[in-house]
Every structure is written in structure tokens, then in C-alpha cells.
Design a protein around this ligand. Structure first.
Ligand SMILES: *[C@@H]1O[C@H](CO)[C@@H](O)[C@H](O)[C@H]1NC(C)=O
Ligand SMILES: *[C@@H]1O[C@H](CO)[C@@H](O)[C@H](O)[C@H]1NC(C)=O
Ligand SMILES: *[C@@H]1O[C@H](CO)[C@@H](O)[C@H](O)[C@H]1NC(C)=O
Ligand SMILES: *[C@@H]1O[C@H](CO)[C@@H](O)[C@H](O)[C@H]1NC(C)=O
Length: 451
């Protein structure tokens, strides 16, 4: 029995050796992933959320900064782009039709990745730096990514039509990105956004979820496609524990340089109706919470802002109410930039860590009074030093105010950590878990070990 088994195995491997490409394409076409998964890690220097994507031929891991609302993935093709499968997207091609093309162009220098004739051009932007914007060609290459059953990574999947924009390090497009980062992964709403590309290639729902870890040493996770989203201990499926609110559209560009053509925003907006701290409403001008007819105002979610940014009048009122609700037993200290309200950490609890219960909860009230995104201590407070803890919200600076369109509330990274957020673009809704710590798990508890 065992010897015939061996013979069978040998026979199979010979068959495999004889027609490797045939066998490979068969496995590929018969395997339909239900979901894909990418690990995300927080960079300690910059607080950016970083991912590595294996791509090109031969495959290399390329380091990217995650940009939740980014228009599309873009990568520096000026330095060190080597790949035998690089293809420029020629004007009129299917790839150009999904791109927010600004023009069709030629390139006068030597032909190379990023420099080809008759290619469609897009405007990749560094949404962290916001100073440089230049048009680059749209290109196609191979990407390799792990599929998942929701509990563990499963087979590696090859995506041979990964469409991206070419950025330029010569034009300093990589300024202020973390060390060795070569571009940004845009998960925004556009058809060239990574979620739409994956869902059309693999025929799964236009849906993705992010779960960012505050740790700079263990991975958070992004899921593309179908749930479950299983976290240990206890194999808890977070997709069953979500609260939903509509995702709103903003018809004007909101993240990058203003430019002549009007593209709709690729970012994700939600409808915050009021803010409560410890159940007390924060007095504010409610028209700031609506997206007006020029695209100004409202609330968006961003992974490129490390802390939630508030419009100045909202910020002033917000920190007043928070200080009042926290009470007089806590010792205020001189604020440490970028924060405006800081305390002696010894006065907050026992001096170790930030207890979830010891600071007033902050509620973002959504479509009605019962739908609330609750922000507790771990997400509201930031430990700046051993002595000082600050309220982790910041006032909009000239940078935000001079952007193309001011958004009144930009929910940033610190407030998103250890919360799972599901963006369902088919039904236009956001599913949010609130703090996973209340469910005895964290975003770093997805099991990245393959079966
Ligand atoms: C683009 O076309 C022009 C004119 O035919 C040619 O001189 C140039 O070398 C071409 N550029 C590339 C990158 O192929
Ligand atoms: C942090 O920045 C320093 C100085 O730029 C650099 O040497 C170091 O490698 C960076 N660390 C990480 C984790 O990127
Ligand atoms: C409220 O905000 C809107 C939008 O910025 C502004 O036009 C209006 O004057 C503000 N109202 C008050 C009372 O400040
Ligand atoms: C992670 O998955 C591997 C493979 O299925 C399994 O052996 C291991 O016990 C899992 N770890 C945890 C902490 O659940």
C-alpha cells in the first residue's frame, strides 16, 4: 500500500514536471479566493501604517504607507524598479478606463518604467506631505497576495493586472513617508482603488475591512472581500459584532492639491450628528458637520492623520467639555504639541497605563441617538511621557485649512486602533466594532500563521 502510494506520488510529480505551466494555470483557475489579507504594521518613527506587497517579476516585497482614502496605489518607478512584467497602460486601454486620467501623454527621455509614449496619466499624491503633485503614467504589473478563509492565511494568489500610478522620487514624492517606503496604497472609492481592483479581479463583494494595531511590533490586518474576520483568543468573528452607519459621498476632491478637473473625493465620509462627552453634548455649529454644496465640512476617516483633527471652533468647545467632565481631581499640565489638553498621568488612575474606564467616554452620535461610535480611554488618551498624558485630538492647522477643502472632523489613526472598520462599497455603509478590547481581543490577534 505504502509503496504504491509512493509510486503514485512519483508519477504525479513527473506529470507535474512535464507540464508545470499547465498544472499551475489549472490550480489558479480552479481556486477562487473569497477574501485576501495583508498585514499592517505601525512605523515607530512616523506613526504611519505600513504594509509590504509582493510584486513584480522577480517578486520583491515593496513597502507602502497605507492611505485609507487614497485615490489609487502609486509607487516610485524612478529608482530601482526592475520587472520583466511591467507594462505601461496605453491610452484607450481597459486600465486607463478605470483610472482618473488627466491626460494622454508621451515621454521625452529614455524609455523605462514610468516613461513610455501614449500612456494615460494620473496625479498620484503624497497625502502626508501635500506639497508635491506631478502626473505619472498608469502601469500594470504582477502582485502576489495571501488569500484567507477569515481565520488564517491560505493560498498565495497571483493578480497579474495590478494597476497603479507611477510616482517620482526625483520630484521628492516620497518626502515625509517612513523609511524605505516606495509609495502609497490607496484604498479609496475609485475604480482604481485597491478594493475595487481586487473585487473585480476575483469577483467578490466590493468590501474591505481594516484593523490597525497600536503596536509597532505586531501586525494589524486588512481584509479584502468576504468576512468572517476571526480573531483569537476564542476565534471570535468580529463581522458578527458590527454596528452600521451609511457611508457618505463628497463630490469634490478633499485630500490632495486642488486641480482644474473636478474629481469626486475618494475618501470615506460618515454622518456625525453630534458629539457627546460623558453623555453631555458638545456645543458646536452643527452646519459644520454637514458636507456643504462645495464639499466643505462633514466627517471623514483617515489613516494618514495620526490623531483626530477638529475644526478650530469644534476643538475649543470639545476640550472645554472634556476637561469639565474629567473633573478637578486631575492635574492639568502645560500642553505638549500637537496636543492642547494634557494631564499629569499620576492623577489619572494608578499611574500605569490608561485605564479604559477612568476617562469620560466620547460618543460620536451617528444617524440617530442609538447609533454611537464610542471612544474610550485607550483611543482618546495618548501617553506622551511617563508623567504626561494628553487628549489625543488636535486642532486643524493651516495645513488642513489650506488643503483643497476643509473637513470639520478627520477621524485619525489613534482613534481607529484596535477597532475593526468594514467598508462596504456595494451597500455604501460602514460597519464598526468600537474597541476590540471590550471583546477581549485586539487588532494584532488575527492569526497570520498558515495552516
Ligand atoms: C516617444 O516618441 C518620440 C517621437 O516618436 C520619440 O522620439 C521618443 O523616443 C519616444 N519616447 C519613448 C519613451 O519611447
Ligand atoms: C527612524 O529614523 C531614523 C532616522 O531617520 C532611521 O535611522 C531609523 O532606521 C528609522 N527607524 C525605522 C523603524 O524606520
Ligand atoms: C456655522 O458654520 C457655517 C459654515 O461654516 C457658517 O456659515 C455660519 O456662519 C456659522 N454660524 C455661526 C452662528 O457661527
Ligand atoms: C494559529 O494557526 C495555526 C495554524 O492553524 C495554529 O496551529 C495555531 O494554534 C494558531 N494560533 C492561535 C494562537 O490560535
Amino acid at each position: 500500500m505504502s509503496s504504491s502510494f509512493h509510486i503514485l506520488l512519483l508519477f504525479c510529480s513527473i506529470l507535474f514536471l512535464l507540464s508545470p505551466s499547465n498544472a499551475n494555470s489549472k490550480t489558479l483557475s480552479s481556486f477562487k479566493p473569497k477574501a485576501l489579507v495583508l498585514p499592517i504594521i505601525k512605523d515607530s518613527n512616523t506613526s504611519q501604517y505600513i504594509t509590504y506587497v509582493n510584486q513584480r517579476t522577480p517578486l520583491v516585497p515593496v513597502k507602502y504607507t497605507l492611505d485609507l482614502g487614497g485615490q489609487f496605489p502609486w509607487v516610485d518607478t524612478d529608482i530601482g524598479y526592475v520587472s520583466s512584467t511591467y507594462k505601461p497602460a496605453h491610452c484607450g486601454s481597459a486600465q486607463c478606463s478605470i483610472a482618473p486620467t488627466v491626460r494622454c501623454g508621451d515621454c521625452s527621455s529614455t524609455q523605462s518604467p514610468g516613461c513610455n509614449n501614449k500612456t494615460c496619466r494620473v496625479l498620484p499624491d503624497n497625502t502626508i506631505d501635500l506639497r508635491i503633485m506631478n502626473s505619472g503614467e498608469v502601469a500594470i504589473d504582477i502582485l502576489s497576495i495571501q488569500s484567507t478563509d477569515g481565520s488564517n492565511p491560505t493560498k498565495l494568489v497571483t493578480f497579474s493586472n495590478f494597476v497603479f500610478g507611477c510616482g517620482s522620487s526625483i520630484l521628492q514624492m516620497l518626502d515625509n513617508l517612513a523609511n524605505d517606503v516606495k509609495g502609497m496604497v490607496g484604498l479609496g472609492r475609485l475604480r482604481m482603488g485597491l478594493p475595487s481592483q481586487f473585487s473585480s479581479a476575483f469577483n467578490f463583494p466590493k468590501k474591505f475591512a481594516i484593523c490597525l494595531s497600536p503596536s509597532t511590533t505586531s501586525n494589524g490586518v486588512v481584509f479584502f472581500g468576504n468576512s468572517p474576520y476571526v480573531f483569537h483568543p476564542g476565534n471570535i468573528d468580529i463581522s458578527q459584532k458590527l454596528t452600521y452607519t451609511p457611508l457618505l459621498r463628497n463630490l469634490f476632491i478633499t485630500a490632495s492639491f486642488p486641480f482644474s478637473k473636478l474629481f469626486p473625493s475618494s475618501e470615506y465620509f460618515i454622518g456625525v450628528k453630534s458629539i457627546k462627552i460623558n453623555g453631555n453634548i458638545v456645543p458646536l455649529n452643527t452646519s459644520l458637520l454637514k458636507i456643504d454644496n462645495k464639499g466643505i465640512g462633514g466627517t471623514k476617516i483617515s489613516t494618514v492623520n495620526p490623531y483626530t483633527v477638529l475644526e478650530p471652533s469644534i476643538y475649543k468647545s470639545f476640550i472645554e467639555v472634556f476637561a469639565k467632565q474629567l473633573g478637578k481631581d486631575f492635574t492639568k499640565v502645560a500642553p505638549i504639541a500637537p496636543f492642547g489638553l494634557c494631564y499629569n498621568s499620576k492623577s489619572l488612575g494608578t499611574g500605569t497605563g490608561i485605564g479604559m474606564g477612568c476617562v469620560p467616554p466620547i460618543d460620536l452620535v451617528l444617524q440617530n441617538e442609538d447609533v454611537v461610535w464610542r471612544i474610550l480611554g485607550e483611543n482618546s488618551m495618548v501617553k506622551v511621557s511617563n508623567e504626561v498624558v494628553c487628549l489625543g485630538f488636535v486642532v486643524a492647522t493651516a495645513r488642513e485649512e489650506s488643503g483643497p477643502r476643509m473637513t470639520s472632523i478627520i477621524i485619525g489613526g489613534h482613534q481607529l486602533e484596535d477597532n475593526l472598520l468594514q467598508f462596504d462599497l456595494d451597500s455604501n455603509r460602514l460597519g464598526f466594532s468600537s474597541s476590540l478590547l471590550l471583546k477581549q481581543t485586539t487588532c494584532s490577534n488575527f492569526n497570520f500563521t498558515s495552516n
